[in-house]
Design a protein. Structure first.
Ligand code: AMP
Ligand code: GLY
Length: 368
C-alpha cells in the first residue's frame, strides 16, 4: 500500500497456480495474470488435455493415468515413440520423450512411483510423439478479446544443433519465419480464441497471457502445452519489437478493456541469446562476478535482460542457471544474430556457457 502500486504483473507459474491473482482481487488490487482455476491450463496437463479434447483444439492423442499399472499396460499396447508427462508443475523437467518401451516404463517409475516431482507425478499423461518444428504463440487476453503477440521460436536443447537435454530455453528469435500470416490466423482461430472461449464456458474466465507451445508439422498445427504466463526467453525478443505501450496493454487486459486493441510491431528482427552457468540444466555454480554488462548494454539496439543474477559486494554475480538474456534488434535476422553475439562476447564470467547457433534455423529457412 505504501508504494501505491497501480498494477502487478506476475511472472512465474507457481504463484499463479497458488492463486495470487485471486488474493489480489479480494484485496481490491489490480493484477495481470490468471486466477487459480484458470492457471490450471499450465498447472495440470490432464486438465488442459481434457479441455482441448472437449473443445476440439488440436493436440496429440493421449490418455491420462493415476495408476502406474495401467500406465505400464498402455505403454505396452501402443508403439513408441511416445511422450510421458507428469501432470503437475515440474519446472519444465516433467516431460520425457521415449524412443523405446523401456524408457517409457522407466519414466513412469520415476514420475509415479519414485515421485521424482513429488505430488506433480500422482497422474501422468501419455501421448503420441509429434514430429515437426516448434513455435511459441503468446497472446494477451482480458477473457473476451484475444490480442496476439508477435510469434517467436525457442531453442530448448542445451547444445548446438538442438542436441542434449531440454532446458527452459537457450535462445529465441522473433519474427519466426515458420509462422506465416496464414498459419498465424489458423492458430488464432483454431487454438487461441477457442481456448479463451472454452475457459469462459467452463466458468474459469482467463485473463492474462495465454502461451501456446505449438508443433507445426505435416498434419498441421498441434498444441504441445499451454502456459499461463509470459515465456522465457520468448518474451525478450517480443518486447524488443513491441512499439506500443506495454503498461497500457496490460492495464487494459486487467480491466477488461482490450476490445479493439491492435499492436504495432517493429519490422526489425530480434534475437535473444541466453547466457547460462556452466553445468546447467544440471548442477552449476553461483556467485561468479559478471563483467562487461555496461559495455554490452550500452550497444545500440541491445538489451541485456537479467534472470539469474544478484547484487553482492558492489558486483553483479550469477545466482541461477539461466543468467542473462542478451537481446539485439537488427535489419533482418542475420544482423540481429551478429549484433546479439557481439554483445555476448563482451560479457564474461567464470564458466559462462551459451549456444553458438541461436537463430540459424530461421536463417536457413529464409535462404532456402
Ligand atoms: P511441454 O512442457 O509439454 O511443452 O513439453 C516440453 C517439450 O517436450 C516440448 O517443448 C517439446 O519439445 C517436447 N514435447 C512435448 N510433447 C511432445 C510431443 N507430443 N511430441 C514431441 N515432442 C513433445
Ligand atoms: N521457454 C519456455 C517457457 O517459458 O516455458
Amino acid at each position: 500500500m505504501k508504494e501505491r502500486i497501480d498494477l502487478t504483473v506476475v511472472g512465474p507459474e507457481v504463484p499463479l497456480t497458488l492463486g495470487i491473482a485471486d488474493e489480489f482481487e479480494r484485496a481490491g488490487l489490480r493484477i495481470f495474470g490468471p486466477s487459480r482455476l484458470a492457471s490450471e491450463i499450465e498447472g495440470s496437463k490432464a486438465f488442459s488435455k481434457g479441455l482441448m479434447a472437449r473443445y476440439n483444439i488440436p493436440t496429440a492423442r493421449y490418455r491420462e493415468f493415476s495408476d502406474p499399472l495401467e500406465a505400464r499396460a498402455y505403454v505396452k499396447e501402443i508403439a513408441p515413440p511416445l511422450v510421458v508427462k507428469a501432470d503437475g508443475l515440474a519446472a519444465g523437467k516433467g516431460v520425457v520423450i521415449c524412443a523405446a518401451e523401456d524408457e517409457a516404463l522407466e519414466a513412469i517409475e520415476n514420475i509415479m512411483v519414485k515421485k521424482a516431482f513429488g505430488p506433480s507425478g500422482a497422474r501422468v499423461v501419455i501421448e503420441e510423439f509429434l514430429e515437426g518444428e516448434e513455435a511459441s504463440f503468446l497472446a494477451v487476453t482480458d477473457g473476451k478479446t484475444v490480442v496476439p503477440l508477435a510469434p517467436a521460436q525457442d531453442h530448448k536443447a542445451i547444445y548446438d544443433g538442438d542436441m542434449g537435454p531440454n532446458t527452459g530455453g537457450m535462445g529465441t528469435y522473433s519474427p519466426a519465419p515458420l509462422m506465416t500470416p496464414e498459419l498465424e490466423r489458423e492458430v488464432m482461430e483454431r487454438v487461441m480464441k477457442p481456448m479463451v472461449e472454452a475457459m469462459e464456458a467452463e466458468g474459469r474466465p482467463y485473463r492474462g497471457v495465454l502461451y501456446a507451445g505449438l508443433m507445426i508439422g505435416g498434419v498441421g498445427v498441434k498444441v504441445l502445452e499451454f502456459n499461463c504466463r509470459f515465456g522465457d526467453p520468448e518474451t525478450q525478443p517480443i518486447m524488443m519489437r513491441l512499439e506500443d505501450d506495454l503498461f497500457d496493454l496490460l492495464m487494459r487486459a486487467a480491466e477488461g478493456r482490450l476490445a479493439g486493441v491492435r499492436l504495432k510491431w517493429s519490422d526489425k528482427h530480434a534475437v535473444c541469446v541466453v547466457m547460462a552457468a556452466g553445468g546447467y540444466p544440471g548442477d552449476y555454480a553461483r556467485g561468479s562476478v559478471i563483467s562487461g554488462l555496461d559495455e554490452a548494454g550500452g550497444m545500440e539496439d541491445v538489451m541485456v535482460f537479467h534472470a539469474g543474477t544478484a547484487f553482492k559486494d558492489g558486483h553483479v554475480v550469477t545466482s541461477g542457471g539461466r543468467v542473462l538474456g542478451v537481446t539485439a534488434l537488427g535489419n533482418g535476422i542475420k544482423e540481429a544474430i551478429e549484433r546479439a553475439y557481439r554483445a555476448v562476447e563482451l560479457i564474461s564470467w567464470e564458466g559462462a556457457y551459451y549456444r553458438k547457433d541461436i537463430g540459424y534455423k530461421a536463417l536457413r529457412r529464409l535462404v532456402r
